[in-house]
Design a protein around this ligand. Structure first.
Ligand code: AMP
Ligand code: ZN
Length: 664
């Protein structure tokens, strides 16, 4: 078989598996087999750059950076929807419709996915563009980011029209959202508030590799073209499905108003069985001919109507307000409730956010309160039923001292949260920091779990993460439930962590706001902990994607004597506090401050390698040409529009060989 056939064969096969997995939820091979095939394709593509395809399944991992998303016009305007909140509203709408069109009217009922709307343009079965709704007339071109979403087909199947737009919603399923939040909390960052905002924020991330990591999905619901190969909305959904789009199967054809109402009632009750959030249902006149007759108002189609669900509420008694201390010392007030059923789960606790929130709603222990599950995952208290307030009730007095270590709390200007400032003496902070240090994405110490950390701290064996490296088996064996074998494993695990690379050690230190990605950036740029410790605020903010908040936190961390001595002790024990020589060998700063755009196909390296070479040598890769671009590295088949743009802006165009010379 010739190489080209093998490559296209693999691409087709992987596309099919992607479709089975992400669209049909029905994988037919193991993840391992999939990865093996993907690796093989990557190798072949690398060896044969002449067969480059911008829509290859290997390009789902992202990597291109966009500074500014270009504003582009929609081919077909993106309207919003009229809302209804009751049966009466809906019936009024139906009456209006029946006056305007002849003959019987049928409806397609669909779920109203709660995410960020998107319009995808396909030409000849290939994804060309993905644009946000914006103001409905113009939106932002976020194609680079949307390409990383696995349920968005890059290449269609079957008998699709040559050219069309398809609309849908980019959503973040609940499970994925929760997993993302767990990671953020581990990095000392505030969790995201709700899936919808996180999904729409994701589309505007500059680094598409970051978008690729997020478990986003794209659910489609409407097709637009000069001519469509079907006569009804319901058939359209089926066709879109056949072409490879993810179109949820919950849509239903309703012949009567009663059937519409049944659909609404059913989903109002079962919405929480879905893996993602919906905020209502959408009813659409099914026949496209009738849709055309009905037309649009200034804002929305006359042929569609959204029915919005009410946020689910429960009423229950607030027994007690308790306070939690996090790893960073942040205090979170928690409402301990009389258990109550809400949105299909039993709720016992709700977040009270902070002191201001409690004061604003005048929430007191013993109150009967309204609990709501809106877009947020953690239920919240939205109000008090004052008629049920017990006569002896007293206003809540917020705590002034840490519930764990009794240190007076502080609250910084402009911050909502109170903090326990006793960083080094407050048990949950001490334990939390060490737990973070040993966690999987940080030092990943085998044989040591979160509970053992608490045990070690509570028995006075360790006070901080540097102490871990001085533990002995003899000290550990007497601990509760600690067999000789596990003591041995624990010490071995700690020893092995000395090989963990610098970027992860940096993350493990638990500098506030320095999550995995920021740690990688800092490690790569500064190369050693000493260089980071010496960096000034100005140095730090000058780096890409390092904001003032992060910079201040880094400076403050290294300005503290105790932290410097902890770092010194880790160093003495042989923990990696600089980039290893091997990793360093391939890096220079020859391209420092230069911005590159890569276009076309290359003979000696793949696009991915070329980008890595640029970054390893200190340059930056951007997705689009602008006045700030220094060089366009042009391969074969460089897009003609890019060429015109580069020439227009006076950007230097260089060849692959020119580039390799620059870094030689
Ligand atoms: P609104 O933002 O409240 O005006 O609601 C209109 C938005 O609902 C549209 O722009 C879509 O993004 C979104 N939507 C979610 N699901 C659907 C659906 N099945 N059909 C049409 N629009 C939908
Ligand atoms: Zn404390």
């Amino acid at each position: 078989m010739d190489i080209k056939q093998q490559i296209t064969g693999l691409r087709d096969e992987l596309r099919q598996h992607n479709y089975n997995y992400y669209v049909l939820d029905n994988p037919t091979i193991s993840d391992y087999e999939f990865d093996e095939k993907l690796k093989l394709l990557q190798q072949l593509e690398k060896a044969h750059p002449e067969f480059y395809d911008p829509n290859s399944p290997t390009l789902r991992v992202g990597g291109e950076i966009t500074k500014n998303f270009e504003t582009v016009s929609h081919r077909f305007r993106m309207y919003s929807l009229d809302n209804s909140y009751s049966k009466d509203d809906l019936e009024d709408w139906e009456k209006r419709i029946k006056k305007l069109v002849d003959g019987p009217v049928e409806y397609t009922c669909e779920l109203k996915y709660d995410g960020a709307s998107i319009s995808l343009t396909y030409e000849q079965g290939k994804l060309i563009k993905a644009v946000t709704r914006g103001d409905g007339v113009q939106g932002d071109d976020v194609t680079i980011n949307v390409k990383t979403i696995k349920s968005v087909p890059l290449q269609l199947m079957g008998d699709y029209p040559d050219s069309f737009d398809i609309r849908g919603e980019i959503i973040l399923p609940l499970k994925g959202f929760e997993a993302m939040n767990e990671e953020r909390v581990e990095a000392g960052e505030d969790p995201y508030r709700n899936p919808r905002n996180t999904a729409s924020g994701s589309l505007k991330l500059q680094d598409s590799a970051e978008v690729a990591k997020r478990p986003l999905e794209c659910l489609l619901y409407s097709l637009k073209a000069e001519r469509l190969p079907f006569a009804t909305q319901f058939e359209g959904l089926q066709k879109a499905r056949d072409w490879g789009f993810k179109v949820p199967s919950e849509a239903k054809l309703a012949k009567t108003t009663d059937e519409v109402l049944d659909y609404i009632n059913y989903w109002d009750q079962h919405r929480h069985d879905l893996p993602y959030e919906i905020d209502g249902v959408v009813i659409k006149v099914n026949n496209l001919q009738q849709q055309e007759e009905l037309g649009y108002t200034a804002k929305s189609p006359r042929w569609a109507m959204a029915y919005k669900f009410k946020a689910e509420q429960a009423i229950t008694v607030l027994n007690k307000i308790t306070y939690q201390v996090g790893r960073t010392g942040a205090i979170t007030p928690v409402a301990n409730l009389e258990p109550v059923e809400l949105a299909g789960t039993i709720v016992k606790r709700a977040s009270l956010h902070n002191a201001d929130q409690i004061a604003k709603l005048d929430i007191r222990e013993g109150d009967t309160v309204y609990v709501e599950k809106g877009g947020e995952i953690i239920p919240k208290i939205v109000g008090v039923e004052f008629s049920k307030r017990p006569p002896q009730s007293m206003p809540t007095v917020y705590i002034t001292h840490c519930p764990e270590c009794h240190t007076p709390l502080v609250r910084k200007e402009g911050e909502a949260q109170h903090y326990c400032p006793n960083t080094d003496g407050c048990p949950p902070q001490i334990i939390g920091r060490i737990q973070h240090f040993i966690s999987r994405k940080a030092m990943d110490i085998e044989g040591l779990g979160g509970e053992t950390v608490a045990l070690l701290v509570n028995n006075g064996l360790i006070q901080n993460y540097a102490d871990l490296y001085e533990l002995t088996e003899a000290q550990v064996i007497p601990l509760e439930r600690m067999a000789e074998k596990s003591a041995e494993n624990l010490i071995k695990g700690i020893e092995a962590s000395k090989l963990i690379p610098f970027e992860r050690v940096l993350f493990a230190l638990g500098v506030r706001f320095v999550g995995e990605t920021v740690a990688k950036k800092l490690a790569k740029h500064y190369k050693s902990i000493d260089a980071i410790a010496e960096a000034t605020l100005e140095d730090l903010v000058a780096l890409d994607e390092i904001g003032e908040k992060i910079a201040e936190s880094v400076v403050a961390f290294f300005n503290t004597l105790e932290h410097r001595s902890l770092v010194q002790r880790l160093k003495n024990h042989g923990v990696q506090l600089e980039i290893s020589a091997a990793a360093l060998a391939n890096q220079t700063d020859k391209l420092q401050g230069k911005i590159f755009v890569v276009s076309g196909v290359f003979a000696k390296v793949t696009r991915e390698e070329l980008k890595k070479l640029i970054e390893d040598n200190g340059g930056k890769v951007s997705g689009s040409i602008s006045g700030k671009t220094n060089y366009v590295v042009a391969g074969e088949n460089m897009g003609p529009s890019k060429k015109v743009k580069a020439e227009g802006l006076g950007v230097t165009i260089i060849s692959e060989d020119d580039f390799l010379e620059m870094i030689a």
